[in-house]
Design a protein around this ligand. Structure first.
Ligand SMILES: N=c1c2ncn([C@@H]3O[C@H](COP(=O)(O)OP(=O)(O)OP(=O)(O)O)[C@@H](O)[C@H]3O)c2ncn1[C@@H]1O[C@H](COP(=O)(O)O)[C@@H](O)[C@H]1O
Length: 107
């Protein structure tokens, strides 16, 4: 299993989004702003749906990675942290955010 998680991607996006690197797609999206990033998020969602409906397993994996990345760029541009989304999901399970965090850390 990959030694990589969304928390790390969130950190990379924050760092690359604010970089001056002209080759950085993340920086390009940050400069373009929420409408462009949200448009890309929608495109990747549709491409994931098409792959899933078409039974394209490898496509679902690849498009899901594009989807998660662009979703996290939209989160960053919206000033929303991954933690806040996880807290909302935890609330829906009936667990408190603190309990959920402890569960994720294996406490
Ligand atoms: N996970 C991703 C990631 N997924 C997709 N993409 C980029 O998203 C862009 C748009 O994807 P598309 O499938 O629409 O590709 P496209 O059709 O060529 O795009 P357009 O024609 O719409 O411009 C492509 O340029 C992809 O490279 C990503 N770019 C960056 N990351 C992560 O962000 C990090 C920093 O990247 P940079 O900001 O580019 O340094 C990387 O190391 C990765 O961890």
């Amino acid at each position: 299993m990959a030694d990589f998680d969304l928390k790390e991607l969130e950190r990379i996006i924050a760092e690359r989004g604010n970089s001056q690197d002209v080759g950085s797609w993340t920086a390009k999206l940050f400069r373009a702003g929420t409408p462009k990033a949200a448009q890309k998020l929608g495109e990747e969602a549709v491409e994931t749906v098409i792959a899933a409906v078409g039974g394209d397993r490898d496509g679902v994996i690849s498009e899901s990675a594009d989807l998660l990345y662009h979703w996290m760029v939209v989160l960053a541009l919206s000033g929303v942290s991954l933690e806040e989304v996880l807290d909302e999901l935890a609330r829906r399970t009936g667990r408190s955010g603190i309990e959920e965090k402890a569960a994720r850390q294996g406490d």
